[in-house]
Structures are given as structure tokens and as C-alpha cells.
Design a protein. Structure first.
Length: 471
């Protein structure tokens, strides 16, 4: 950071929600803070701490990984400490267990007195603890600015101007507080039901909307994983409708792929790398639907057969479904003979895979994604056109934002969300091969320049840290 005097060295605590789509961006912020010489306490549960990516050795002296045991609650499986460990309908019980961390967080903050705590939406009980201890609070949204704005005003003086959304269909039209005439940002009917569920009380005792309102109220700073070059007008709108005195983008926090000697000894990576090296440059599609998507058997079959029908090489990360998924999800299987028929051309990978390293490989030419914000950032960082396949949370809005710019959404029935193998195959061929898809391939490369501009992205974080140091 540019300064004529040494900046104040801070102690900053970070406390993400128990989902790796939140934990990993928080960890990236932690590493960026540590690179600037500040002390970090990164707080999560033991199993989540154990599953973190390796922290660079030069940063480990500055990053204290704080493990708080997760209380056991009824209906939450043993050893379930993150959303990826449980099916969707069990997540409210994970939130209930997360609320049980209140005493541990309070004790840690009282004994270590950090200058700031950067936190997520779930701990509705955190603000009074921080206020009592005189610890400044910054809320960090792992969502992009457009999604933050769509979810609605949480500042009371702004919120009261608009009628509440009381039905799922209210989420299928652009909000009245979004003034952009050309905005068509909204959920599709098949997505709206689960989004609406976030506004009603669940078994944890609090709706997600209420948690968000409590955690953002009276926070001094609202941080958003975005940048003005991508979302300038949305960031301006966020400043107008959110309760914090200041809304700051932290940048996109793009991935850093670091090669090491350990890669040569990593048997899993050796298998992946060997397969990738056998594919021609830019021909393979990387397929990953995140850690929380549990498709039905019908969806699963159509996706698999669509990949086969496309004729393209594919690397498909197929995560193991959590126990107790219900709806027969534990019985979900690949179509008979698929792996034999696509041997050499397709690889189904049934465990964790290093997504940024795979996307960085020269053989990858496209990304079929669930449209989590982290995955979109990683895909566009490497300039890959997208086949967008949203299922949950903000994914549908992310797909609307980027559709026809850097790829297309896989066509689906808007009421049921169903799709066909032909729609998958045709989307893949259009985006990756056909002449008509050249605009998407060019668009992805064009946006990649902003995503890859490290100096630009780091300036955003510098601005945020300047604020933390001075307040």
C-alpha cells in the first residue's frame, strides 16, 4: 500500500457461513489481508478448517485458524459441518447448530479483541456482541452486487417504501427499486419457490431474510465481491438501498493457481493432468455443478446423455451425494454403459477436483456450470465461454446477467425446470464449436481481461484495507 508512513497493523477476524461457497471467498480475503502484513483470525468449525486449501507458507504466521466445535442438534447428521455435507432440506438444522456457536464466538472476541470482524449473513446474534466489546463490523457478501440489489433493500427507510414480496411469483419480475429500464433480472418460475423459502421462518427459527437484516443493520462497512468495471451501476444502487454508511467492492478475488513440486506427487492430479494432456487444445468441456446441487435422476440422466450426444471431450466432476438426501437421490446412477461408450473422450471424476487448475489447462475450451459466483469468476478468469445450468440460490440471477454475453443458458421448461439431452448437446456445440457461437467465445475472452487484471483487483482490496486502518 502506498503511504509515507507505515500503516497500522490490524487484527481482523473473519467468520463465514458454513458453506464452502462462502468459506473459500472469505479465505481469499484472509490471505489478501495477511499479504499486507495484518494479523488474521479465521473462524470456523474443526472439519471445515481441516478441509481448507493449503495456505501459502509465507502467510501461515499471520493467519490463525480458529476451530470452534459445532454443537450437535437434532436432525443434523454426525460430522456434518458444511452445507455440502447435507441435503438441501437439512440446511436449516445446520443454521441452528451454527447459532450454537454464539458463546464460543463471544468468548473468542472477548479474549482476543480484534480491531474488526468481517462476517456473513447467518449469525444474527453477532452485532450486539461486537457492539458490547467495541469491535467494528464489516459485512461481506459473497454474492455479486446485482444479486444483492435484487434481494432487496435492508435499510429501514428504503425498505418501507416498497410492498413486501409475499409470493414466489413476486421473485419472477424485476424489483420495483431497480431503476434500470433494460434490466430483466429475475428468477424463473421453477427457481422462485426455493428463493421464496428464504423469506419464511424455517426450523432454525429465523428466515434467511431476517438473518440478513439483523447482520447488516448498523454494520460500518458492506463489502461486495465485485468491481465497478463489471457492476458499476449495481454497486451505485447498492449504496442507495443498503443500510451500511459505505458499500465497497473488494474486487473479484480471482483464483491464484500456484504450481509446486507437490503436484508431481499428487496421484489424483497426475491422473487428471494426464487425461487433459491427451485432449486437443480448447476442445474439452469442464462440467461441475458445485457442492450443493442434487439433481433428480431424470435431470442427471439427461445431462449425462447430453454430454455423450455432444461428441465433445468432457471432464465431469460428479460429487458424492450426502447421506440422507431423500427423494431417492442416493440411488442416482449414470446411464448404463455411458463410461464405456465415452472412454477416452469423457472422464467422470467422483471426488474433489482442483477446479482452477483444470480450468487453467489449455485443453479446456468451455465450462458447463451451475453459475455459482465463484465458479463464474474462475471460468471467466480463464476466458472460457459458459453453458449455464442454474439450480439454487443466486445461480439463476447470475445466469441472467451473463446470458448471451459469454455463453447461453441451457434451455429448460420455465415452470418445471426440466430439460432434454438434446438441449444440453446443442448448447455445448453452439457455445464451443459452431460459428454462431463465436460471439460468446469472443465475449468470454474480452471479459477475461478485467478478471485477470490483478493490479486492478488488488486496488479494490487496498481501498478496503485503507478504510479498515483509518476507522
Amino acid at each position: 500500500m502506498s503511504s509515507t508512513t507505515d500503516p497500522k497493523k490490524l487484527h481482523i477476524a473473519l467468520f463465514p457461513w458454513l458453506a464452502f461457497g462462502h468459506i473459500i471467498p472469505f479465505l481469499e480475503v484472509a490471505k489478501c489481508i495477511a499479504r499486507r502484513g495484518h494479523k488474521v483470525s479465521f473462524i470456523s468449525t474443526p472439519r471445515n478448517i481441516q478441509r481448507l486449501p493449503k495456505i501459502p507458507t509465507n502467510l501461515t504466521p499471520l493467519i490463525n485458524l480458529v476451530q470452534l466445535p459445532l454443537p450437535q442438534v437434532e436432525n443434523l447428521p454426525e460430522n456434518a459441518e458444511a452445507s455440502m455435507d447435507v441435503p438441501y432440506h437439512i440446511i436449516p438444522y445446520l443454521k441452528l447448530a451454527h447459532d450454537g456457536l454464539e458463546a464460543g464466538i463471544s468468548e473468542f472476541l472477548e479474549s482476543h479483541t480484534p480491531d474488526w470482524i468481517i462476517h456473513d449473513y447467518s449469525p444474527h446474534w453477532l452485532p450486539p456482541i461486537a457492539t458490547k466489546l467495541g469491535i467494528s463490523r464489516a459485512y461481506f457478501s459473497t454474492l455479486n452486487a446485482a444479486t444483492v440489489c435484487f434481494l432487496g433493500p435492508t435499510a429501514p427507510d428504503v425498505k418501507d417504501r416498497y410492498a413486501p414480496r409475499t409470493r414466489p411469483e413476486d421473485f419472477t419480475v424485476p424489483p420495483e427499486w431497480v431503476p434500470f429500464r433494460n434490466s430483466k433480472l429475475a428468477f424463473k418460475p421453477f427457481e422462485s419457490k426455493k428463493i421464496f423459502e428464504a423469506t419464511v421462518q424455517n426450523p432454525s427459527g429465523f428466515s434467511d431474510s431476517l438473518r440478513l437484516e439483523f447482520t447488516t443493520k448498523d454494520c460500518e462497512l458492506y463489502l461486495v465481491r465485485s468491481c465497478k468495471e463489471i457492476e458499476g451501476e449495481w454497486l451505485d444502487l447498492a449504496q442507495d438501498i443498503l443500510p451500511a454508511p459505505l458499500v465497497l467492492p473488494v474486487g473479484l478475488l480471482p483464483p491464484i493457481v500456484e504450481q509446486s513440486d507437490e503436484d508431481k506427487e499428487d496421484k489424483s492430479w497426475s491422473i487428471i493432468d494426464d487425461w487433459l494432456n491427451k485432449q486437443e487444445k480448447g476442445t474439452a468441456v469442464y462440467v461441475a455443478l458445485g457442492t450443493e446441487v442434487n439433481p433428480s435422476q431424470e435431470d442427471f440422466t439427461e445431462l449425462a446423455l447430453g454430454l455423450e450426444l455432444s461428441g465433445l471431450p468432457f471432464f465431469w466432476v460428479l460429487r458424492k451425494l450426502p447421506s440422507g438426501s431423500g427423494d431417492g437421490n442416493l440411488e442416482i446412477k449414470l446411464p448404463d454403459g455411458l463410461e464405456d461408450r465415452t472412454e477416452g473422450r469423457g472422464l467422470v471424476w467422483r471426488t474433489w477436483a482442483p477446479q482452477p487448475k483444470i480450468l487453467a489447462h489449455k485443453s479446456i475450451g468451455g465450462f458447463l456450470t451451475h453459475c455459482g459466483w465463484s465458479s463464474l469468476i474462475e471460468g471467466l478468469y480463464y476466458g472460457h465461454p459458459l453453458m449455464m445450468f442454474p439450480f439454487l440460490y443466486d445461480q439463476g440471477l447470475n445466469a441472467r446477467l451473463w446470458d448471451k454475453k459469454v455463453g447461453i443458458e441451457v434451455p429448460r421448461d420455465e415452470q418445471s425446470g426440466s430439460f432434454t439431452r438434446d438441449s444440453v448437446a446443442n448448447s455445448l456445440k453452439l457455445v464451443m464449436v459452431d460459428k454462431d457461437g463465436m460471439a460468446y467465445r469472443d465475449g468470454a475472452k474480452e471479459f477475461s481481461a478485467t478478471f485477470r487484471d490483478r493490479e486492478l483487483q488488488e486496488r479494490y482490496l487496498d481501498t478496503c484495507l485503507d478504510y479498515l486502518e483509518k476507522h
